[in-house]
Write a protein that binds this ligand. Structure first.
Ligand SMILES: C[S@@+](CC[C@H](N)C(=O)[O-])C[C@H]1O[C@@H](n2cnc3c(N)ncnc32)[C@H](O)[C@@H]1O
Length: 363
């Protein structure tokens, strides 16, 4: 699925295009997308394709298109401290972006069918924590992944404030998904070829809104032969209370961050301009890409209900296919400096304590 915006050269380019096309509409979502490089979730050999608005599949590893993730992040209306469950959590790309918005007091769980995909996600998470400056810039709610079929979650499981399902849900499973939600919570899932936002408004009441026409691979059903016993149900990770030591670390890092000059407001903060370049921004009609074997087959689809797509519908298809190029001028790319790290290293504290405050990160 995807192809709604033109290809970028790097992650910032991709986010600029998603913003320009109104898939990203809020600052919080923009910041989360900029903080995580989509290329880091690709295998190295395919990294160059990561900044196109396309789904990507290699073996069991499967990422949805960036325009889908933008709509999902917007529709989830995330806030610090909420609990989030990702059904079909895949590479952990979405769960990591969500973790940046939930902050240290949130809950961030994922269920993924394939063990090799969970291992891949844990490698990517480890890389993010060890290497990304975003880890110091944001307060992070680290995702916890379990292997299992998300259609077999134990019936006595806790409920969540926000849920996303990353694979197509059959109508039969709609209620199963809805009861995992707390009252007041929001569930986003593809059902009947529509990305749908469902809000639980009461014990037995839900409100539904279609966000976007989509085509997702369906959730894998549990295959069971005649007379075969039902598999063990999937236990979700426990919701644990943080230790006093962890809370102190969060508090100290937060205090140091608040003392640091604000990057956006203090223009005297050290910044290193890297390059200036002229971008051209292209808008297209939305395509979905359907997997047939290992091939991505483009299909034109209509998007429903959202203002930002109406403009696209009103144009001639030929014109859309060609795309519209608009010069949006010069942009200065700024390299951020990791101030928090510098502040911690300058504290008059024993080295092991500084290492703990840095989450033992060497970068
Ligand atoms: C499009 S991918 C989601 C990718 C994910 N959003 C990410 O950020 O990488 C869909 C995922 O759902 C998983 N999946 C499919 N059926 C499942 C099931 N019944 N239970 C758990 N995971 C399932 C697939 O293995 C795949 O990783």
């Amino acid at each position: 699925m995807g192809g709604a915006v033109s290809a970028g050269e790097d992650n910032d380019d991709l986010i600029d295009n998603l913003k320009e096309a109104q898939y990203i509409r809020t600052d919080m979502v923009e910041q989360a997308f900029r903080a995580i490089d989509r290329g880091d979730y690709y295998l190295d050999a395919y990294r160059d394709s990561a900044y196109k608005d396309l789904a990507w599949k290699n073996g069991n590893i499967h990422l949805s298109a960036p325009c889908i993730y933008s709509e999902v992040m917007e529709a989830l209306k995330l806030q610090p401290g909420l609990s989030f469950l990702n059904l079909g959590s895949g590479t952990g790309y979405l769960s990591t972006m969500v973790g940046l918005t939930l902050g240290p007091y949130g809950v961030n769980h994922g269920v993924e069918l394939h063990r090799d995909v969970v291992e891949y996600a844990l490698d990517k998470l480890d890389y993010f924590i060890k290497n990304s400056d975003s880890f110091d810039k944001f307060e992070f709610c680290e995702p916890v992944f379990v292997v299992g079929n998300c259609l077999e979650i134990a019936t006595d499981s806790h409920q969540y404030d926000r849920i996303y399902c990353g694979a197509g849900v059959q109508k039969d499973h709609e209620n199963y998904m809805k009861v995992l939600l707390k009252i007041g919570g929001i569930l986003v899932m593809p059902i009947d070829d529509q990305l749908t936002q469902i809000t639980r408004t009461g014990q037995s009441n839900w409100e539904s809104k279609n966000i976007l026409a989509v085509s997702f691979a369906p959730l894998v059903q549990q295959s069971r032969g005649d007379g075969e016993k039902a598999p063990d149900s999937v236990q979700l990770p426990p919701v644990t209370v943080r230790s006093l030591q962890e809370l102190s670390r969060v508090y100290i890092r937060r205090t140091l961050r608040s003392l640091a000059p604000d990057d956006d407001q203090d223009k005297s903060a050290p910044r290193v301009p890297q390059k200036r370049k002229r971008r051209r921004c292209r808008r297209r009609r939305i395509n979905t890409y359907v997997f047939v074997g290992n091939q991505l087959i483009p299909q034109m689809v209509d998007s429903e209900g959202e203002d930002h797509n109406e403009e696209e519908h009103s144009k001639e298809p030929e014109e859309e296919a060609e795309g519209e190029e608009r010069d949006i001028g010069d942009i200065e790319i700024i390299k951020q400096v990791n101030l928090l790290r510098d502040q911690i290293l300058a504290l008059p504290l024993p080295e092991p304590l500084k290492a703990y405050l840095l989450y033992f990160r060497e970068k």
